[in-house]
Design a binder for this molecule. Structure first.
Ligand SMILES: NC(=O)c1ccc[n+]([C@@H]2O[C@H](COP(=O)([O-])OP(=O)(O)OC[C@H]3O[C@@H](n4cnc5c(N)ncnc54)[C@H](OP(=O)(O)O)[C@@H]3O)[C@@H](O)[C@H]2O)c1
Length: 255
């Protein structure tokens, strides 16, 4: 193989859930520029249409699907709409409801679990035949450092992210025989619409910076670069790993 081919995704097909905003948009953009055909899936039709039009105008190869992945059967319907080819699945979609544990309604709890965890489980299962047929399949789950330490995220969100870490390890082992690698990328605070209410509070931002050795808030591209690497042929012996994109947050104790 030409050494540069290890750093390209030419001819690959990818699905990025939540690929119209924030981290998901940056991941889709990166995979497209590396040569992949990328389907982005989200609920807001206008965003899906706008993203696809923008990327097409740049000569890239995007597709769009409008779907609510918190709903039962949405994952299976989405995978069925892709046709017979999928090499890369990015389980990025995520949401949060942040409050003290005793104040969650059952509906709020179920919504966070359905969006963040059930969708990744259902999509991975539904995509398995296509990823196995690829012979070089890759799944990247977007978790969070909230799955490792308590960071005022709210408990249901933290539970879903911890579960994604274990789903990553378990599927990496179970599906290695099928040629499917499974890894996770776990961000700390990143400038996206999801994080913007928290990042609008300067006092809170200062607390985040104090806890972050690299002393900056991540941009979505910081996460997207690592996700793209894990999808490349260059990463073909990496599976079952969780990579924190956190500016050193998890490494810091007393500083
Ligand atoms: N930002 C951070 O600081 C941070 C830190 C750690 C981990 N993360 C994780 O990174 C991932 C992306 O977060 P983000 O900050 O980029 O979020 P975001 O800015 O809120 O973007 C979320 C994306 O997912 C889509 N989406 C949300 N609910 C959906 C549903 N039910 N069905 C289909 N699409 C849905 C949204 O589009 P529609 O609204 O149109 O559906 C949007 O494209 C999440 O898993 C999050 O937990 C983020």
């Amino acid at each position: 193989m030409n050494p540069l081919e290890r750093w390209r995704l030419t001819g690959k097909t990818a699905l990025v859930t939540g690929g119209t905003k924030g981290i998901g948009y940056a991941i889709a953009d990166e995979l497209l520029r590396l040569g992949a055909t990328v389907t982005v899936a989200a609920r807001t039709e206008a965003d899906v249409t706008d993203c696809v039009a923008k990327w097409r105008s740049e000569g890239l190869n995007p597709r769009g699907m409008v779907t609510d992945l918190s709903k039962p059967d949405a994952a299976e319907t989405l995978i069925a709409s892709l046709g017979d080819s999928l090499d890369i699945l990015i389980n990025n979609v995520g949401t949060n409801v942040r409050k003290p544990t005793t104040e969650y309604t059952n509906e709020e709890y179920r919504h966070v679990l359905a969006t963040n965890l059930d969708s990744a489980f259902a999509l991975s299962r539904a995509a398995h035949p296509l990823l196995a047929r690829s012979g070089d399949g890759a799944i990247v789950n977007i978790g969070s450092v909230a799955g490792t330490v308590a960071i005022l995220s709210g408990l249901p969100y933290a539970m879903t992210k911890a579960a994604l870490d274990q789903m990553t390890r378990y599927l990496a082992v179970e599906w290695a025989k099928d040629g499917i690698r499974v890894n996770a990328v776990n961000p700390w605070y990143t400038r996206t619409p999801l994080a913007s209410p928290r990042l609008a509070d300067p006092a809170f931002v200062q607390r985040v910076l104090d806890a972050t050795p690299l002393k900056r808030i991540a941009e979505p591209e910081d996460v997207a670069g690592v996700v793209a690497f894990l999808c490349l042929p260059a990463a073909h012996h990496i599976t079952g790993q969780t990579v924190a994109v956190d500016g050193g947050f998890l490494a810091q104790g007393l500083a």
